[in-house]
Ligand binder design. Structure first.
Ligand code: GLN
Ligand code: ZN
Length: 742
């Protein structure tokens, strides 16, 4: 038999675990609210696992991952597998302990949650200290391995790798200065050795260790740790090491030299590894999984290009397999569930089930490897392209800030405002849903929303806020709302993707050139402004955030797509101005999220991301105040970008980090308006006047009082009026007190 006709090993790195119909989400929420007991939750989880195995079995893969199911989060599962449970989360029942760590309970705050690499998935941050006692707890891994084997599948247990586990963890609060979780790698490796032994004893012939942290820049010391750990663990089991979020880069030779038996390459965002592998060389027995099927986006695989990459690897190794670039966790489960999509789009898409088919087809000899069809002509918008090409240089630059600010509304010292949304009541959601399903006529719906806007304006006037908002009652989601009105976007019926725990999002699909066909927000903002003398702040979602929270076309650079979205927003800014809006906020909460994992890509990112924001906003007259809002508290890496947005006022989450961000802003000579949040809206707690006044004083000492704003950390959508009214009243009072001190 000709070598090239040999069947390749087909596998996948991981699979969605929330259930095709979000069964796990429903079961979890029922369990948390007491409507379902623990056996009921276990049964629902077993059903979801069985469904996962059905999908993997039906695809005809040669090996399948096991143990990738999770009740909440796979990093939390890893912590439990090594018994690294924070003392405050220990409970008699392991399930209680698990959910105490995930969500907190009456006795203890949960683990911190943060973004998983440059995705919109959030993981729980394990807390590791010098005294954390690791113990091997292989029960979950063994049970899920057995389940898969009983199905007759060739299962490969999956664990989060020890290096990534520690790099993703944080030091416990009482750890001594300078302690890092990675200091505990020796002990942890011993426990991983026990886990591997248990799996091998149970019959596993290969174990997958996910080391996504090796896709980021690593120090020499860290690489040395990788070498030591994998030399040791590789003796116990035949290991497949995956990365999945870009190239392994300098980690790749280290892993290979340590003698790992298999390596899974991300050949979607980490194709540089092909060259690294070619120049470093690899033994012909090494199992190399060519991760050619995109685990993070929903486009059909270009089988011709994938085939070429596979052939490149076949020149290096006799043991090449086909797989996904990373776990399919980040894509929806089944395209078949969609009925409303344009067939031209559908034929270009692949969700998880379809991706498995792509993998087996690539692995099967004699099946054609067609390239991807070009986008249809009808998806091109020549007008948008011409308008972008014809933009004068400097279209993304406004007059100097000092000039602008003189022409902008003078609100005195310490103006007060909010971030945009007001509480979304069940009744509001019902109205939106009735309207969407055609059960409420347009006129009634608009009247209902306007009544809400009027109520929100009245609330704010009563509270004495200075810059008002309309409250965003008409928005289901800050990205989907715009995606539904712009051309070039499609929305799905059931394209759910896990964001964290039971929370799922349904990202819109940005598939074609983007254009705005009509004003998107002017009716609401204009109405709000018509019923008050106070300035009303228009509210838009920025281009970077719209991209970050959508599935985006990959046939052109993100920067070009961002410019098209920016151009559409620029039109909206002009229409808002024409309708009399003098303050416009363009939210970019996802600016940090798309920041490349490796430092090498960051400069280019910063350039296009901030340019897109400026393109969206720089058409505004100097007298129009452009605000932006960013809601996360780790700013170090993105602080220059924040300055380069050139917004007149930036509101930022700051209350939990005690205004630390102000020092960072100082460092980059940011001298425009800033609204460090003084109320942590993620908690139902109502802060007292004095507490917010202290925060404002602290901020005023850091930046001087003249460019300071008083506002909450983020929008109020998830809060109740019972909290919002007293908290905003206290905020206004705190601003009044501090104002009087200057
Ligand atoms: N304007 C939005 C709101 O208030 C901003 C949300 C966000 O930052 N995530 O809801
Ligand atoms: Zn926010």
């Amino acid at each position: 038999m000709n070598d090239e006709l040999k069947t390749l090993h087909a596998t996948v790195i991981g699979y969605p675990r929330i259930g095709a119909d979000r069964e796990l989400k429903r079961a979890l929420e029922a369990y948390w609210s007491g409507r379902l007991d623990e056996p009921g939750l276990d049964a629902a989880a077993a059903t979801v696992r069985s469904q996962m195995l059905d999908d993997l079995a039906a695809a005809g893969l040669d090996s399948v991952p096991s143990g990738t199911f999770s009740l909440y989060d796979h990093v939390l599962d890893a912590a439990f597998a090594v018994d690294a449970i924070a003392p405050r989360h220990r409970r008699d029942s392991p399930t209680d302990a698990y959910f105490a760590a995930a969500r907190g309970d009456a006795e203890a705050a949960p683990l911190e949650m943060t973004k998983w690499f440059d995705t919109n998935y959030h993981y729980l941050v394990p807390e590791i200290g010098p005294d954390t006692e690791f113990r091997s707890r292989p029960a979950k891994a063994l049970a899920e391995y057995d389940e898969a084997v009983l199905r007759g599948l060739n299962a490969r247990p999956v664990l989060l790798g020890p290096v990534s586990f520690l790099l993703l963890a944080k030091a416990t609060d009482n750890a001594p200065e300078g302690f890092q979780p990675l200091d505990r790698l020796d002990e942890l490796t011993g426990v991983y050795a026990e886990l591997l032994t248990a799996l091998v004893d149970a019959g596993a012939t290969r174990v997958q260790l996910d080391e996504p942290a090796l896709c980021a820049d690593r120090t020499e010391a860290e690489l040395e740790a990788v070498r030591t750990v994998y030399t040791e663990l590789g003796r116990i089991a035949d290991l497949l090491v995956t990365g999945g979020y870009g190239p392994f880069g300098e980690s790749l030779p280290v892993l290979l030299d340590a003698g790992v038996a298999g390596i899974a390459l991300d050949l979607v965002s980490g194709r540089d590894d092909l060259e690294t592998l070619e120049s470093h060389g690899v033994s012909r027995e090494t199992f190399i999984v060519a991760g050619v099927v995109d685990g993070r986006n929903i486009w059909r695989c270009d089988l011709a290009a994938a085939g070429a990459d596979i052939e490149r690897l076949q020149r290096l190794s006799d043991n090449v397999g086909v797989g996904s670039s990373c776990s399919l966790l980040h894509v929806p489960i089944d395209l078949e569930a969609e009925s409303g999509l344009d067939p031209l789009l559908t034929e270009r898409l692949a969700f998880a089930r379809q991706k498995l088919r792509e993998i087996t087809s690539l692995a099967t000899p004699g099946t054609g490897r067609p390239g991807r069809p070009a986008s249809p002509e009808s998806w091109r918008d020549e007008i948008v392209r011409a308008r972008l090409a014809d933009l004068p240089t400097g279209a993304d630059r406004r007059a100097d800030y000092d000039e602008r600010v003189k022409q902008q509304p003078d609100l005195g010292l310490l103006p007060t405002t909010t971030i945009g949304s007001f509480p979304q009541t069940a009744e509001l959601r019902q109205a939106r849903s009735a309207h969407r399903r055609g059960l409420m006529i347009d006129a009634d719906y608009r009247a209902r929303m306007k009544a809400e806007v009027a109520a929100v304006i009245a609330e704010q006037e009563k509270l004495g806020l200075d810059v008002l908002v309309h409250g965003e009652p008409e928005r289901n989601d800050m990205v989907q709302y715009f995606a539904e009105q712009l051309t070039g976007f499609a929305t799905t019926d059931a394209g759910w993707v896990q964001s964290y725990g039971s929370r799922c999002v349904r990202p819109p699909i940005l598939y074609a050139d983007v254009a705005r066909t009509a004003p998107m927000t002017v009716e609401w903002t204009g109405y709000a402004q018509s019923i008050t003398d106070k300035p009303v702040k228009g509210m838009l979602t920025g281009p970077v955030t719209i991209l970050a929270w959508s599935f985006v076309r990959d046939d052109q650079p993100l920067a070009d797509t961002a410019d098209q979205v920016a151009l559409a927003l620029r039109g909206e800014v002009a229409d808002l101005e024409a309708a009399g809006t003098r303050v416009i906020q363009v939210d970019e909460p996802a600016l940090r999220e798309l920041l490349p994992v490796r430092a090498a890509g960051r400069e280019a990112y910063r350039r296009w991301a901030t340019r897109a924001f400026r393109l969206a906003t720089a058409g505004a007259a100097p007298g129009t105040a452009i605000h932006t809002h960013l809601c996360y508290s780790e700013f170090g890496e993105i602080i220059d970008a924040i300055a380069e947005l050139d917004a007149d006022v930036t509101s930022i989450e700051a209350s939990r980090s005690k205004m630390e961000v102000l020092a960072d802003l100082d460092r980059v000579h940011y001298h425009r308006g800033v609204g460090p949040g003084v109320w942590d809206i993620h908690s139902p707690r109502v802060p007292q006047v004095e507490e917010m006044a202290e925060a404002l004083r602290l901020a005023a000492r850091a930046t001087g009082p003249s460019r300071l704003w008083a506002n909450p950390d983020c929008g109020l959508k998830t809060r109740r009026y019972e909290e919002v009214r007293p908290a905003l009243a206290n905020l206004v009072e705190a601003a009044r007190i501090v104002r009087a001190e200057h």
